[in-house]
Write a protein that binds this ligand. Structure first.
Ligand SMILES: [Zn+2]
Length: 376
């Protein structure tokens, strides 16, 4: 009941940008309070595998996630934040796996502590091997590689630092996918002031701003990421968030052409993807139909849902229904000027792309089955 149906408002971006923060918040609260609740999703929805979620491995969070997924036709899901072997989170994730079996898959993460120790690369490569034995299907590397992890000299670790090579090689040997979150939205590198089109989000999450300080540029981060892809042609990579460049479909198109070892997911990026002409986006999805995965990036943690990004007021289960419905509407219909799933990511509407049946089936189910669940 509290989400803004921002398309029905007349909050255009220049007007928003001109506002200072308090009126913006008040306007947001007002609009977020006036949305009509959409009907509960119908039964007999097309099954979807959500390849990118973050469900805290605790009973209540798992139960809540399952309830949301059942209602929204999410038949299987893959959590990208299982932690590392030896951590409490990883052990708890193994218990979830035992409970849920085939419905659930998980990617482990790296432990950056000790990065300056010459033994670190081998330690993490061995940990990856152990994680694979215990059922992990991949390794997810968060955006702190390139933007947060620092070595003893105080410098940010480069995305293609040679210390990562043994881990990438081990992933290839094990058939583990390496999911990369490299850099972040373009405007997060711009000044976080009212002229920034995602000012509201940056106001709520100041740590998402990479403006100034010693952060590398977005282009530098992409170049390093691409060198990593080139250095490890036998490793299969998953560029989450449309390889973190949904702002430039042509770039991602070329990236997929240049690196056959790369897949992408669309998680939390429909607002950006939908800013391009629908026909162009549709062509992109058809061209790369075997290499794009559905992912929502939903976060279900104790007492909290996150639906693609932060929101002004806490999200509830009906917001999660609306979130998944907005995804379906974008991919399954040809509706014009629809609301995208994550209002705070942009005060604009998008045109849906109505994927052909067979492409939709690959995107929703088959690509994840093959890549993550290893099913033909
Ligand atoms: Zn995520």
């Amino acid at each position: 009941m509290k989400r803004a149906n921002l398309s029905c408002g007349d909050m255009n971006r220049p007007a928003l940008a001109a506002s200072c923060c308090l009126p913006v918040i008040l306007l947001g609260l007002f609009f977020f309070g006036c949305q009509d609740k959409k009907p509960a999703p119908a039964k007999n929805l097309r099954p979807i595998i959500d390849s990118h979620v973050h469900v805290t491995p605790l009973n209540d969070s798992v139960a809540r996630a399952i309830e949301i997924f059942d209602k929204n036709g999410i038949t299987k899901f893959c959590t990208k934040s299982a932690g590392f072997v030896g951590s409490g989170r990883f052990n708890a994730t193994l218990r979830v796996k035992q409970q849920l079996g085939e419905r659930f898959a998980f990617f482990c993460n790296l432990d950056w502590r000790g990065i300056d120790n010459p033994a670190w690369p081998e330690r993490e490569a061995m940990r990856l091997a152990r994680a694979a034995q215990l059922g992990a299907r991949g390794l997810k590397i968060f955006k702190n590689l390139g933007l947060g992890v620092r070595t003893a000299d105080g410098k940010l670790l480069a995305v293609d630092d040679p210390r990562l090579d043994p881990i990438m090689q081990k992933a290839a040997e094990l058939g583990m996918i390496v999911a990369l979150h490299t850099t972040d939205p373009k405007v997060f590198f711009d000044k976080p002031d009212p002229a920034n089109e995602r000012y509201m989000e940056l106001l709520f999450a100041p740590s998402w701003s990479f403006y100034g300080k010693d952060f590398p540029t977005r282009a530098t981060l992409f170049e390093a990421r691409n060198r990593l892809l080139a250095k490890h042609p036998k490793t299969t990579f998953l560029g989450i968030h449309l390889a973190n460049n949904p702002e430039d479909i042509d770039y991602v198109d070329k990236l997929l052409d240049d690196y056959p070892n790369l897949y992408v997911d669309i998680s939390a990026r429909i607002p950006e993807i939908g800013r391009h002409p629908a026909e162009k986006v549709r062509r992109f999805f058809i061209k790369h139909q075997n290499r794009i995965l559905f992912g929502s990036d939903i976060v279900v943690s104790p007492g909290r849902l996150q639906l693609g990004s932060l929101s002004i007021l806490p999200d509830d289960d009906s917001d999660a229904d609306r979130f998944f419905q907005a995804h379906r509407e974008f991919f399954e219909t040809d509706h014009k000027h629809i609301d995208h799933p994550t209002p705070i990511q942009g005060y604009w509407t998008v045109d849906a792309i109505k994927l052909p049946e067979d492409v939709l089936q690959k995107f929703y189910v088959e690509n994840a089955q093959i890549l993550i669940w290893k099913k033909k």
